[in-house]
Design a protein around this ligand. Structure first.
Ligand code: 5GP
Ligand code: ZN
Length: 110
């Protein structure tokens, strides 16, 4: 838990969010500013700023993020095909410095 991190606050329940799925390691919320009919954020409960900070101990955690994407895809016919995006660093558009995968689906994406 990082006290100034918006996703840590959501995970702690201090900031409300629409939770779509959750397990021991991962939480999925609806993006507050959706860029597709389905726009979810797949977030590890552990605070890691971006993918470059993962360590060998995080193998399972990293896999859990992708497995959650598969789960989301399987539970909604509109999400059978989907795009994952991960911004790592401010210069490529990262705004929240806690790992998250954008899960986008539900429309034709160019
Ligand atoms: P980034 O650019 O860091 O990859 O994306 C951060 C995403 O988090 C953005 O799409 C933004 O809309 C979303 N976001 C930022 N703050 C909040 C929040 O408080 N609640 C929710 N649900 N999404 C947020
Ligand atoms: Zn955090």
């Amino acid at each position: 838990m990082k006290s100034d991190c918006v996703f840590c606050k959501i995970i702690a329940g201090d900031i409300p969010a629409q939770v779509v799925a959750e397990n021991a390691e991962v939480i999925v919320i609806k993006d507050i500013n959706p860029r597709a009919p389905l726009h979810y954020l797949i977030i590890p409960k552990k605070h890691v700023p971006d993918i470059s900070y993962l360590t060998p101990d995080d193998h399972q955690l990293a896999g859990s993020l992708l497995m959650m994407a598969q789960e989301l895809s399987q539970q909604d016919p509109n999400a059978r095909e989907f795009r994952l995006i991960s911004n790592n660093g401010a210069t490529v558009g990262q705004v929240v410095f806690h790992i998250h995968l954008h899960f986008l689906a539900g429309k034709v994406l160019s």
